[in-house]
Design a protein around this ligand. Structure first.
Ligand code: IPE
Ligand code: IPE
Ligand code: MG
Length: 247
C-alpha cells in the first residue's frame, strides 16, 4: 500500500531535503504502446503531479525536475513543440492548485530561448506561485549543466574584467552563487527513471555528493509509490562525503 510506504518514510532516519529527478522514458512509453512519442510527454505530466504531491506529503523541501535539456533542442521540431506545449499546459492547468498547496515554482535555464508564449507561461506560473513556502519546485527547462557552469564563469569573468571582483577571491561558494540554483542546498537524492545510468548533463556541479537511485520504471508510469520507494532507498544509504564511515 502506498500509505504504508509513506509511513515507512516518515518513520525512517531522514527525509532528503532536496530531490532531483531526470524524468526519462516518455518516448519509449509511447512507442511501447504504438503511439507517437509526443503523446508520452503529455502523459508524463501525471507523474509530475504524483511527485509534487509525494514531496509535499513526505516533507521534501525542494524538488528539481529536469524537463528539457539544452541538447533536447536538437530533437525533431514537432517533438520540441510538443514538449513546450506540455510546459504551457502545465502552467495553465496547475498554477492555481500549486499555489493553493504552497508550492513555489521557479523555471531555471535558458528561458530566453523559449518563444513568447512559453515565456509568458513561465512568467505566469512563477507569479501565481511566488511566495509558496511548503515546497520549492524547480523546473529545469533549456538547462544544461555545462552551459550553466560556462554562464557562471562568464559572469565572474565579466565582474573581474570590470574591476568588481578579485580573481583570487573566487572560491566554491562564489561559483555556487553564480549558478541557477544559487542559495539552494545540493540535491541529496537524484532519481532517474527508465533505467538509463547516466547524468546527461544534469546539475554537474550540484550532484557532487548526491545519492543516485535508478529505476526501470518509465516516467509516465512513475507514481507516488515509486517516489516513496526512492526515499526509502535513500534512507538506507550511508553518506560519507569523502570522510570515513560511521561503521
Ligand atoms: C524524457 O523522455 C523527456 C525529455 C527528455 C524531454 P524522453 O523523450 O527522453 O524518452 P525516451 O528516453 O526517448 O524514452
Ligand atoms: C535527459 O534525458 C534530459 C531530460 C530528462 C529533460 P535525455 O533522454 O535527453 O538524455 P539522454 O539522451 O538519454 O542522455
Ligand atoms: Mg530519454
Amino acid at each position: 500500500m502506498v500509505s504504508d510506504l509513506l509511513d515507512a518514510v516518515r518513520a525512517g532516519s531522514r527525509v532528503p531535503r532536496h530531490v532531483a529527478i531526470v524524468m526519462d522514458g516518455n518516448g519509449r512509453w509511447a512507442e511501447g504502446r504504438g503511439l507517437a512519442r509526443h503523446l508520452g510527454h503529455g502523459e508524463g505530466m501525471k507523474a509530475v503531479r504524483e511527485s509534487v504531491e509525494a514531496s509535499l506529503a513526505a516533507g521534501v523541501e525542494i524538488l528539481t525536475l529536469f524537463a528539457f535539456s539544452t541538447q533536447n533542442w536538437k530533437r525533431p521540431e514537432a517533438e520540441v513543440r510538443a514538449l513546450m506545449e506540455a510546459l504551457r499546459t502545465y502552467a495553465r492547468k496547475e498554477s492555481a492548485e500549486l499555489a493553493a498547496s504552497g508550492v513555489e515554482v521557479r523555471v531555471l535555464g535558458e528561458v530566453e530561448r523559449l518563444n513568447a508564449a512559453s515565456r509568458d507561461a513561465v512568467r505566469h506560473i512563477e507569479e501565481v506561485t511566488g511566495g509558496g513556502s511548503e515546497l520549492r519546485l524547480n523546473l529545469m527547462v533549456s538547462y544544461g549543466g555545462r552551459e550553466e557552469l560556462v554562464r557562471a564563469v562568464r559572469s565572474m569573468a565579466r565582474r573581474a574584467g570590470d574591476g568588481l571582483l578579485d580573481p583570487g577571491s573566487i572560491d566554491a561558494d562564489l561559483l555556487e552563487g553564480a549558478l541557477y540554483t544559487a542559495g539552494l542546498p545540493d540535491p541529496d537524492l537524484l532519481v532517474r527513471t527508465s533505467g538509463e545510468q547516466r547524468i546527461s548533463n544534469f546539475m554537474l556541479w550540484q550532484l557532487a555528493y548526491t545519492e543516485i537511485h535508478i529505476t526501470a520504471t518509465l516516467w509516465p508510469d512513475f507514481d507516488r509509490g515509486d517516489f516513496y520507494a526512492a526515499l526509502l532507498d535513500y534512507q538506507r544509504r550511508e553518506r560519507r562525503f569523502g570522510e570515513v564511515g560511521t561503521g
